[in-house]
Design a protein around this ligand. Sequence first.
Ligand SMILES: Cc1cc2nc3c(=O)[nH]c(=O)nc-3n(C[C@H](O)[C@H](O)[C@H](O)COP(=O)(O)OP(=O)(O)OC[C@H]3O[C@@H](n4cnc5c(N)ncnc54)[C@H](O)[C@@H]3O)c2cc1C
Length: 488
Amino acid sequence: MSESAVVSEPVHGTVVVIGGGIAGLAAARDLAIAGARVVVLEEAHEFGGKLRRREVAGLLVDVGAEAMLNRRPEGVSLAAAVGIDVVHPAIASSRIWSRGALRPLPRTLMGVPLDLEGLEATGLLSEAGLAAVRREATIPATVLTDDVSVGALVDRRFGSEVTDLLVEPLLGGVYAGHARELSARASVPQLVAMAERGSILEQSAAAADSQDHTYAGPVFAGVEGGMGRFADALEADLRARGVELRAGDAVRAVRRTTHGFEVEAGPLGRPELLRADAVVVAVPAQPASRLLAGIAGVAATELGGIEAASMAVVTMAFRAEDVPSLADTDSSGFLVPPVENKRVKASTWSFAKWAWVREAGRGAGPDGEDLLVLRTSLGRHREDAVVREPDDALVSDSLLDLAAAAGVHARPVDVEVHRWMHGLPQYAVGHLERVQRIRADVGHVRGLAVCGAAYDGVGIPAVIASAHRAAAEVLADLASRAPLGSQG
Ligand SMILES: Cc1cc2nc3c(=O)[nH]c(=O)nc-3n(C[C@H](O)[C@H](O)[C@H](O)COP(=O)(O)OP(=O)(O)OC[C@H]3O[C@@H](n4cnc5c(N)ncnc54)[C@H](O)[C@@H]3O)c2cc1C
């Protein structure tokens, strides 16, 4: 909800928001603007969840999310509302590390090629693989009666090489998941819609010919100083609105009472009970499942079935003079198809991608030399063992792959290893129906709503959209109630 939304009467009542990631903070803002008294309870000692910064060689950079889609409004408009101007990548062309070389990434939609000539030029696919792609134009529309995996859909239309070499690394970047397990309807709805109309290649060629600029503008936006600043600004905005923000305050249970809810928070053995008229549960699927167990059993069971992938982000600062092979790069990093059996699944060359990172590194070395900051990520769904490797192993694995892929043979001056255990929910086949069942069950409990990355998309704009929705549901419920005074 925007500030300009028409709110006829201020809403009364106390809403407890559980979870202070971007979802919880965004929901809290809508609720506060509408007049509710809002308390946000966050287990960690800082707010922002996956929007988090850490120092590497004295430079504060993102170790979680580092960008958001610019072509959906929710992220950039919330950033603007809390006084954050977005920036766009200086270089937005990633590479695919395949068969011993970094190859250009052709124009794709989540790895599905949209431009045959561009794909041919990359040398990524074999002749047989390219022949399968060319045949896509002759395949009739794929009408899905049931959900299928992304891989099944792409295999059917484009052949398995496209899935293995393009879709897997792209999906790996967003979900840390596997193409042949993730739901097509939930993860790539645009592709499903195109496939249901006919040839994806023909439709994208027609759109290019007609200069369809519906989605004009940069694809991604970031924040100077890091996405973590977005969360900080949101936190400051909430404080200014009188929202009570409590960090280091885990919620252990939520119970229903005659008129609302009782939320049990605080350390074990010294629980604090908070009374609330409404509750927004904005935590990942597994903790949400535990919290809802006593009040929305079906939703709790369904949430318990949503798996999550763990990943490690290794951020490194190099002396610019030590990494000459990166000096004039025209790439923002690379993605690695799992069939390559490498250790890292992606590397983002933050210094090349974001002008502010390069600027921050100027003269920032121990002896005033320029520093280049980049990061690697390791770990896909069901690879928790990889993520749990000691820091040293994750760093040396990253360095081995950077050496082989990009000729980086130096030691970094500083590193920061950040693990995101169960950090990315996996939208398995049937996810949309699962979410419907969750929302239906939660909807039976007056004053209860859920939001976050487990539901309608893991990207920041989609997560914020789910927060707006949860806040609107709670506000509609509060507005429909009798004045609090008459509740006795
Ligand atoms: C490494 C990484 C990189 C990413 N990069 C991008 C990107 O570039 N662009 C993009 O759009 N998306 C990206 N994502 C995805 C995106 O960042 C997340 O989906 C989104 O930030 C999730 O927000 P959330 O509020 O739903 O959850 P979270 O950020 O997980 O917040 C939930 C909060 O709930 C708290 N919590 C949990 N249990 C309790 C409890 N019992 N009581 C109180 N608090 C509790 C947690 O501590 C946490 O702070 C990335 C994700 C990861 C892991």
